[in-house]
Design a protein around this ligand. Structure first.
Ligand SMILES: [Fe+2]
Length: 386
């Protein structure tokens, strides 16, 4: 099997990397940059600092802070309008996965016709977008290094997954110092999402010799640093480790794939507005239990990398320890059960569960899972995670 490996043409990793945004942007010779971010980044002053680094290099800036969590097509169109009205010619994204995903799609919509729904799925974007620098502030989604964007389609109540090389940023500035202000619950949710990225990349049918070592490195970093980052928000070593893990998890899944956890997670986000990281985290132990027999050796390696068993233990023992270890990790991070996240009663949930299962399957991600489910299997898994 041929494996293709794509990342941004430059990734700057380390404390203070975000201060390089002006010098990095200058390489593209822009007149005006649209900074795509959210209200939180604007209110905390971080957006203003990033604009300052750009303006120091003689680049005009326009701040679009209208991206909401789990961004919608409407957020993207508002950003596109501002880009055009302010005659921008380049984009910088600042924030978690939501501003970064929205910025990727704004970038390609400048050069590709509407409606954006035609770009959902795999390799549908025909022309490259405008230059894009991404600065993640959460560790995380890994979106800074992926060719994927997820945008909610407000008419159809589905999350559109777009995957195309034209969605890849040109430069990623991975600065752990920006993650020091993440609150503990967000640290936990997106930290487990990082782990899901690496685990799914490693057990996927699309796993390959380039993504494997990066996935295992990410898993090891999460095992070392996630709990500390959650308990001690100011711990710079733990924050640095998780920011690196997030970037590696993104590289791993973007060059392999995600699987069933992400397939089942997106409908929960679309219908109940549960944040992406949280919906992945609540599904992880249940889906792992279902999937482990399909790739026992690989799940055993993950279990050993997490430190749940030693090299001497059998693969079967390692697989069992992984299932209980992941649930214990969720418990230690105070991640709730799904029933508490969706904020509807069980009857209401059950009325929608078949649509969720069908939407999850239609995304294509479950096809890469070590055990490929049908609609009935997915309904059962949603119930088990309740
Ligand atoms: Fe994810």
């Amino acid at each position: 099997m041929l494996a293709q490996f794509n990342v941004p043409s430059a990734i700057l990793v380390g404390g203070g990397a975000s201060k390089e945004v002006g010098t990095q942007a200058k390489r593209f010779n822009p007149e005006c940059v649209l900074l795509v971010t959210d209200l939180f980044m604007e209110q905390t002053g971080t957006a203003g600092q990033i604009c300052g680094y750009l303006e120091k290099e003689g680049i005009k800036t326009s701040v679009f802070s209208g991206v909401r969590p789990d961004p919608t097509d409407k957020d993207v169109l508002s950003g596109l309008k501002q880009f055009q009205e302010d005659r921008c010619d380049m984009i910088v994204a600042l924030g978690g996965g939501s501003p970064i995903d929205a910025a990727k799609v704004i970038s390609v919509l400048v050069n590709n016709e509407l409606p954006m729904s035609q770009y959902a799925g795999y390799h549908q974007v025909s022309r490259p977008g405008v230059p894009l620098i991404v600065i993640p502030t959460t560790a995380g989604t890994g979106s800074e290094v992926t060719k994927v964007a997820v945008i909610s389609d407000t008419e159809r109540d589905v999350k559109m997954m777009m995957l195309d090389l034209n969605l890849m940023a040109d430069v990623a500035l991975v600065d752990y110092e920006l993650s020091l202000t993440m609150p503990p619950d967000l640290t936990a949710n997106v930290g487990v999402d990082t782990l899901v990225h690496a685990v799914e990349a490693y057990v996927s049918k699309k796993a390959n010799p380039m993504s494997d070592p990066i996935a295992l490195s990410c898993i090891s970093l999460v095992a070392q640093h996630l709990y500390t980052a959650y308990k001690e928000p100011d711990n710079r070593g733990a924050r640095e480790g998780m920011m690196l893990a997030s970037c590696q998890g993104g590289m791993a899944f973007a060059n392999s794939s995600v699987c069933l956890v992400h397939g089942m997670s997106r409908p929960i986000g679309a219908l109940y507005h549960v944040p992406h990281g949280l919906s992945n985290a609540v599904l992880m132990p249940t889906v792992t239990e279902y999937s482990v027999s399909g790739a026992l050796k690989r799940y055993a390696t993950i279990s050993r990398t997490m430190g749940y068993v030693s090299e001497k233990d059998s693969d079967e023992a390692a697989g069992s320890a992984l299932i209980s270890g992941l649930q214990a990790l969720n418990d230690s991070l105070n991640i709730p059960r799904m029933g508490e996240c969706v904020k509807v009663d069980r009857t209401t949930f059950d009325e929608k569960v078949e649509k969720m299962a069908k939407d999850g399957l239609a995304s294509g991600s479950p096809d890469n899972n070590p055990v490929v489910p049908d609609v009935a299997d997915i309904i059962d898994l949603y119930h088990r995670a309740w």
